[in-house]
Design a binder for this molecule. Structure first.
Ligand code: ADP
Ligand code: ZN
Length: 745
């Protein structure tokens, strides 16, 4: 059939066919545009796809015909389509998969509306009162339920009703059968903080440093072309104030802004800051939204009802139609890298690309810039704006390094708290000030082992030491959730019972140990175990900031952007954990960690103090971080990255192979590696295939190799070529991580 007459469209399938496909476009589908969502036949099934290009002919004979256009869905805007095409090549990921990640999931799955069950009166109140009196004797539980309902106006959540009265659902069912009460399924919205009152806040007068940075950014804004600013400001130097005022300027110029934060920093505190200044034109995209709510927000943004979008990394793909500014706060944060699913993009890098596509200004803000961004600033690719002073009276905290080798000698074992730390915690408690203790390990003990035969209790699926949790009385794997409950009392290998020994400390133990020393001190623990419930995070932070506890104990979760004016002491209990990970970035993450954790201290009127407990007091990274010396740290680190050829000197790609059968994974790994070597020139280094840092997770054995080179495109083009021309055993999962954050994990 001759295709020259008819129009042809190229489609990226949203249902997992990696290649782009051509279809014939019937003449009645006149409204189709690039970016339109369409239904096409694929393997005899209707399949969803996005129109990438419209053209006059196709090299393919016998084209199938587009079935329908999903008119209800507005097409993907051209800028996002362009961004997706770029991501698809850079991250060597099929375009359909990229688009799937970009579009709200409601476009793809059945619309599941989140509904909750409410109970309400089915009869007028006077009749309910009568019934209550009649039931009081024989069915007291039913009467109490009615009492509770009568006390209220309107409906009440079923679960809330049952827990208030303290009954099971039996008595409620009876009342429903008697037609006294009725059940309603109501769709509810959970917008964070919706309906809550805000104090309006006024812009602050910027100090000279802030003013300089602000003006430099506004200059770029007025040029109406792409520019990136690295806002390198120490913690508490007033970066947020600059963000707010810059966004205001963007709105005044009739444009819109995207504000990205690491998911965990999307707290009430952050949102309040924006709402109190910007009012109503904000959409907040957070993980607590149901997919229906996400879809509604997407539509609201698309219609132009929103001027500012705030959210975690995926908010970058919101369909604002006139973006003038993109802010990436805490740009160094690992949460911007999507690693758990494909594509493994870095939102900071994609933000810069979106800025380019939209001819917008991008601000990357941090107190501890990534080596990548700081290098870009030094070579003039980014504008560098610095804030070296804390705002107003707040000064940087005093930092002290504590040699734990000495403390260990004192106690002839492993000390959790140094004497100085205990002294200072007590001192703060007496003065009514607060303390934060940081330890990046949850649980009570981090391993269990048999002293007689050296058997280590590890996960049979992951080959990793199991962690003991005292509260739950389990021995659990933090990679897959496998657990032994109760923990074994006997060694399975030598059958001895007396020689089992717990080792290593987690946050749970820190809390217990502190209680044992200071029973009167009120503690609050925030880690993966205590925050499983939705919303618990926010509640904890509120409790702490209103002084309901004296000491906050936590993992990574507590390090980010929080402002507690009453905290005057922060301690890192074991600084060595992060440094011991055998990874090229471990010094960088340690430097960031110390600086960020320290930044939580002394943010109010009162001066702050920081204690770093370590067995390596002479380690240069710890020393530079303690002294707040970023430049010397940067110089030292760049030297080592140059020597060992790591980013940002070179680009890195990690290609991993996982399978139940390790031999098969290795075999495919070798084959793949050979293919890639054949496609790449001498300018690229390809390391040997090796077991991954965690060599086995969830029964899958993992192997990987690295590709190093000055450019990414030859690598990603190679990966795409291999994907399109070769096939390997389906039993091996191949994943490609372009610019991985770590070579270890
Ligand atoms: P950062 O984001 O750099 O950590 P913030 O923007 O949170 O710092 O500022 C720290 C504190 O100083 C906040 O309470 C903020 O309201 C206040 N602040 C910021 N800029 C000014 C200013 N120009 N005048 C007075 N207070 C300011
Ligand atoms: Zn496991």
């Amino acid at each position: 059939m001759d295709q020259t007459e008819a129009h042809v469209v190229t489609i990226a399938s949203l249902d997992g066919v990696p290649k782009l496909l051509d279809y014939r476009l019937p003449s009645e589908l006149t409204t189709i545009k690039e970016g339109s969502l369409v239904l096409v036949p694929l393997r005899n099934k209707p399949c969803r796809g996005v129109v990438i290009t419209i053209k006059n002919s196709s090299p393919v004979r016998h084209l199938l015909t587009v079935k329908n256009i999903l008119e209800a869905e507005p097409p993907l805007p051209p800028d996002l389509l362009k961004l997706a095409i770029w991501m698809s090549r850079y991250y060597a990921t099929p375009l359909g998969d990229i688009l799937k990640g970009l579009l709200p999931s409601q476009l793809r799955v059945d619309r599941q509306i989140k509904k909750e069950i409410f109970v309400s009166p089915a009869k007028p109140k006077y009749l309910l009162r009568k019934a209550t009196a009649l039931l009081r004797e024989k069915c007291p539980l039913q009467a109490r339920l009615l009492d509770e309902i009568l006390m209220r106006k309107g409906k009440i959540l079923k679960n809330e009703l049952l827990s208030n009265v303290g009954v099971s659902s039996g008595p409620l069912e009876s009342l429903i059968k008697k037609k006294l009460l009725k059940i309603e399924h109501i769709e509810i919205n959970h917008p964070l903080l919706e309906g809550q009152e805000y104090f309006k806040t006024e812009p602050k007068t910027l100090n000279p440093d802030q003013q300089r940075a602000f003006e430099s950014i506004i200059q770029s804004l007025d040029k109406r072309s792409f520019a990136v600013h690295l806002l390198f400001g120490i913690t508490g130097s007033g970066k947020t104030e600059i963000y707010l005022q810059t966004i205001w300027e963007v709105l005044k110029r009739g444009k819109q802004a995207i504000f990205l934060v690491p998911e965990i920093s999307l707290t009430t505190q952050t949102i309040e800051k924006f709402r109190s200044r910007m009012g109503e034109k904000i959409a907040i995209l957070h993980h607590r939204l149901s997919s229906r709510e996400k879809y509604d927000e997407w539509q609201r943004i698309k219609k132009g009802e929103v001027k500012i979008v705030i959210g975690a990394r995926s908010a970058l793909f919101c369909p604002l139609n006139n973006v003038g500014l993109i802010i990436v706060d805490e740009e160094h944060d690992a949460a911007y890298k999507q690693s758990e699913k494909s594509p493994s993009y870095h939102a900071r890098d994609v933000a810069v690309m979106r800025g380019k596509v939209n001819e917008a200004v991008v601000i990357l803000g941090s107190a501890t810039p990534s080596l990548e961004s700081y290098t870009n600033a030094l070579i003039g690719k980014y504008h560098l704006n610095r804030l070296d002073q804390r705002v107003s009276s707040a000064t940087l905290p005093q930092v002290k390094i504590i040699d734990m080798k000495k403390e260990n000698e004192k106690v002839k074992g492993i000390a959790l708290f140094s004497d100085l730390l205990l002294e200072k915690i007590q001192d703060r408690f007496r003065k009514g000030e607060q303390t934060i203790l940081f330890l990046n390990r949850r649980g009570y003990h981090t391993s269990l082992l048999c002293l007689k035969c050296s058997h280590l209790f590890s996960c049979p699926h992951c080959e990793r030491a199991l962690t003991f949790h005292l509260g739950d009385k389990i021995l659990a794997c933090h990679l897959c959730g496998y657990h032994l409950s109760p923990p074994p009392k006997e060694c399975p290998s030598c059958r001895t019972t007396e020689t089992l020994k717990y080792r290593g400390r987690g946050t749970e133990q820190v809390e217990r140990a502190l209680h044992a020393i200071f029973p009167e001190i009120r503690t609050l623990r925030i880690d993966g175990d205590t925050t499983r419930q939705k919303g618990s995070h926010d509640r904890f932070f509120r409790n702490f900031s209103t002084g309901k506890s004296d000491v906050l104990i936590g993992t990574q979760m507590i390090t980010k952007g929080l402002h507690f004016p009453m905290v005057t002491l922060v301690a890192i209990l074991n600084c060595d954990l992060a440094l011991q990970i055998p990874d090229f970035r471990s010094s960088e993450t340690t430097f960031q960690l110390i600086t960020q954790v320290s930044g939580r201290s002394g943010r109010g009127e009162l001066p702050g103090e920081v204690l770093i407990q370590t067995q390596m007091p002479d380690n240069p990274t710890i020393q530079f971080a303690a002294a707040g010396k970023f430049e010397p740290f940067y110089q030292a680190e760049i030297e080592s990255r140059t020597l060992f050829e790591f980013p940002p000197i070179l680009h890195l790609t990690k290609i991993s192979f996982s399978a139940e059968d390790p031999k098969l994974a290795i075999e495919v790994g070798h084959l793949y590696r050979k293919e890639l070597i054949a496609l790449l020139s001498q300018d690229f280094t390809i390391t040997a295939l090796q077991p991954a840092g965690y060599p086995k997770i969830k029964d899958l054995f993992r192997f990987s190799f690295l590709v190093k080179g000055k450019k990414i495109y030859p690598i990603s083009d190679g990966v795409i070529k291999i994907r399109e021309t070769k096939s390997f055993s389906k039993k091996v999962k191949i994943s490609v991580d372009i610019d991985p954050l770590s070579t270890f994990f």
